[in-house]
Design a protein around this ligand. Structure first.
Ligand code: HEC
Length: 439
């Protein structure tokens, strides 16, 4: 059944529109919109793992000493494969980059034109000194061959994804994520004259709100940020190196990769560091002081000088949020959003925040171990979101048939079969109020 389906997809595009096509028992994909030709990113995951001894262009560069060179080497592995074609981010069709299944569900589910999911809406002062509340951020993330081979195992049965207890990505895994915003260029000066992309997003001013998918309309967005994540054994702190670029005008070259300026790189969370003078496991680009950080609401990119991007919450850092990847998510969530940034001089409050949120967690180690989980996810928050959405769809009756085993192992939904839609009203209401995943 699956083989037949995969070969059909190969015949057509060698791409699919995610769970919408690969799991026929799923009928509520946010990528299926009347009158829209949906984007086709690859989900025909590689069957074999590449040799971990293969040389990667970033491996000859010491990320601690030459962070920008390292970041550029990673970015260059994506560069030949992504373009802006008529206001849409597109691949070549055979790009060695794959998206995750099962992100095309719910109020933040993939939109049809570029496959973007809705992210946290930045707060006033996040994107620039003058930015106000209300902007939306939408994003699409990909994994390279090594990472996508892991997805191949997880989604071998698309209607019944399976997660190992300790998921581990192999060395050489890289992920890239493009983040777009509808923030006004008057408020965010570095985005002036940036090329426009069009996607089916929520109405102006809706920020992080969860709105019914039917309210989405085609609206302009600009590329804001590009994130990278690399599994690199030289990061003995966490096993990962995370970094981000910002799109900074004036436009030049291809106006996509040529405008990306490195913002920050991080290989550890600096556990036990409670001031912003002693951060050693992040690099932040000082040239962007006054551009992407350096004002009262955003004194640094991430918490106390750690790495983060303009779209991200200043109370957090790349590795902080991602180290909380597990299924199910811990009850305290992905970040301590209640920390009051006006209390940075309250040493006890800072210590409490750092001790919970800024640990160096290794792959296979569980965040919040006092709360059991069915799986650790090795920093992949897409997989966390995918597992949550597949089970939400099952509970709401938008996925029919036998309950996926991960929904039972995570305690999400214990009945043998997914609910039929007539019993699903309360859950549907819950889904409507589901906040976008990146807080
Ligand atoms: C507050 C939490 C949070 C912070 C901070 C954060 N991320 Fe993420 N990130 C997410 C979530 C949630 C997803 C998955 C959902 C999605 O892509 O829509 C994600 C997805 C990604 C992905 C795609 C692969 C994956 O893990 O699923 C990459 C790469 C990534 N982030 C890199 C970064 C980098 C680099 C930074 C810092 C500059 C960063 N992130 C900061 C929450 C966060």
């Amino acid at each position: 059944m699956r083989i037949a389906f995969v070969s059909l997809a190969l015949l057509l595009f060698s791409t699919s529109i995610a769970a919408a096509e690969s799991c026929p028992a799923f009928k509520a994909s946010t990528m299926v919109v009347t009158g829209i030709d949906p984007v086709h990113w690859r989900t025909d995951y590689p069957r074999n793992f590449p040799n971990p001894r293969d040389d990667q262009p970033w491996e000859s560069i010491k990320f601690r000493n030459e962070p920008t060179k390292y970041m550029q080497a990673v970015l260059d592995t994506a560069r030949p494969f992504f373009k802006n074609t008529d206001g849409r981010l597109t691949g070549t069709g055979s790009e060695p980059w794959w998206i995750s299944e099962w992100l095309d569900y719910g109020t933040s589910g993939r939109e049809a034109l570029m496959g973007l999911t809705k992210e946290r809406g930045p707060k006033a002062g996040d994107l620039s000194e003058t930015s106000t509340d209300g902007a939306q951020v939408w994003a699409v993330g990909f994994y390279n061959t090594s990472g996508a081979a892991v997805f191949g195992e997880i989604f071998a049965e698309p209607c019944n994804p399976s997660l190992p207890v300790n998921l581990k990505f192999p060395d050489d895994t890289a992920s890239i994520k493009f983040l777009f915003t509808d923030a006004s260029t008057d408020e965010v000066p570095y985005l002036k004259d940036a090329p426009v992309y069009n996607a089916l997003i929520d109405p102006l001013g809706s920020s992080s709100q969860s709105l019914p998918v039917g309210q989405r309309t085609k609206r302009p967005l600009r590329l804001l940020q590009v994130d990278i994540a690399v599994k690199d054994s030289r990061s003995f702190e966490t096993g990962w190196v995370f970094g981000t670029f910002v799109w900074r005008g004036p436009p030049k070259g291809d106006q996509l990769f040529d405008n990306l300026v490195p913002v920050s790189l991080q290989w550890g969370n600096d556990p036990g560091v409670y001031d912003d003078q002693s951060i050693k496991q992040s690099w932040v680009n000082a040239d962007l002081n006054g551009v992407t950080f350096g004002w009262a609401k955003r004194p640094s990119m991430g918490f106390m000088g750690r790495a983060n991007g303009p779209a991200d919450n200043v109370r957090s850092s790349c590795l902080s949020c991602h180290s909380a990847a597990r299924s199910p998510r811990a009850s305290i969530g992905l970040l301590g959003s209640s920390f009051n940034m006006e209390h940075l001089d309250d040493t006890q409050a800072v210590k409490r925040h750092v001790d919970i949120w800024f640990q160096n967690i290794k792959s296979g180690q569980l965040f919040q171990p006092t709360e059991p989980a069915a799986a650790t996810l090795d920093y992949s928050l897409q997989l966390e979101a995918a597992a949550f959405r597949v089970c939400s769809a099952c509970e709401a009756g938008d996925l029919t048939g036998p309950t996926p085993s991960i929904c039972r192992s995570t305690g999400f939904y214990n009945r043998p079969k997914c609910s039929s839609s007539d019993t699903a009203t309360p859950v549907k209401r819950l889904l409507q109020s589901m906040a976008p995943p990146r807080q």
